[in-house]
Design a protein around this ligand. Structure first.
Ligand SMILES: Nc1ncnc2c1ncn2[C@@H]1O[C@H](COP(=O)(O)OP(=O)(O)OP(=O)(O)O)[C@@H](O)[C@H]1O
Ligand SMILES: [Mg+2]
Length: 215
């Protein structure tokens, strides 16, 4: 397990401005968010400031535009954005049916740690279990890696890879002509529809599917 987001160097406390701005902007809009961050950074410049001192200033700024309830939510989100190191990559070896459930739980854990909505959690869990199920059924197993996208972007990255014989009828599947086994419209095409980014490479030496889900 590795820390994939780390803490890029920033101002006081070393927080990542892009991550903080993306939280602030959702509460007060981009222009105000930039103003709040700039003011907080300026006020704290040259002083030994902890992450929580910076966050307290940011929340004060947010509070002057939105109500108490919203600013408390902003506080919780800023705190999470300030400690992305707690969200690590999860790697799952997929071999048997039970591993599909494990993969689903791992997706849930990472969503909880990142504080996504229940809808996003459901989306990611579906994507992950479809990929895992295909690995078990058609490739003799494989591997899944779930991790937050690179710093400042609110998305999750999933890579499913296996050393099976590849997907023979990919064009038919992607065109929607292929009727999936369950008929639920999930499977590979469903995974693509649920994803904000989808890439697939497949051939006789295996399959690699890379997906991003924004939150
Ligand atoms: N990792 C894989 N390796 C080899 N073949 C695969 C792999 N994943 C999918 N396939 C092939 O692609 C087909 C389509 O997969 P997809 O997941 O879209 O539908 P399905 O598994 O048939 O049905 P559903 O997922 O809806 O239960 C599968 O039937 C299988 O032949
Ligand atoms: Mg399938």
């Amino acid at each position: 397990m590795t820390d994939l987001r780390g803490k890029p160097p920033g101002g006081p406390g070393g927080l990542d401005d892009a991550a903080l701005l993306s939280v602030l902007a959702r509460y007060v809009g981009t222009a105000r968010a930039q103003g709040i961050l700039l003011r907080a950074r300026t006020e704290l410049r040259g002083r030994p400031a902890t992450d929580s001192q910076l966050i307290a200033r940011l929340v004060e700024g947010v509070r002057s535009f939105v109500g108490e309830l919203e600013s408390r939510k902003a506080f919780a989100e800023l705190t999470r954005a300030a400690s992305p190191k707690t969200v690590e990559a999860i790697e799952i070896d997929v071999k048997i049916e039970a591993d599909i459930a494990r993969a689903r739980l791992a997706a849930r854990d990472i969503c909880m740690a990142l504080g996504t909505s229940a809808l996003i959690l459901q989306k990611l869990a579906t994507v992950v279990s479809e990929l895992a199920r295909n690995q078990v059924l058609y490739a003799g197993g494989g591997k899944l890696v779930i991790r937050p996208c690179s710093s400042g972007r609110r998305c999750m990255h999933v890579v499913g890879s296996d050393k099976g014989g590849g997907i023979k009828n990919l064009p038919e599947i992607m065109s929607g002509k292929y009727k999936s086994r369950s008929g639920l419209g999930l499977g590979i095409l469903g995974t693509k529809r649920l994803s904000d980014k989808f890439e697939i490479e497949t051939g006789p030496s295996g399959t690699r599917i890379e997906v991003e889900v924004n939150y």
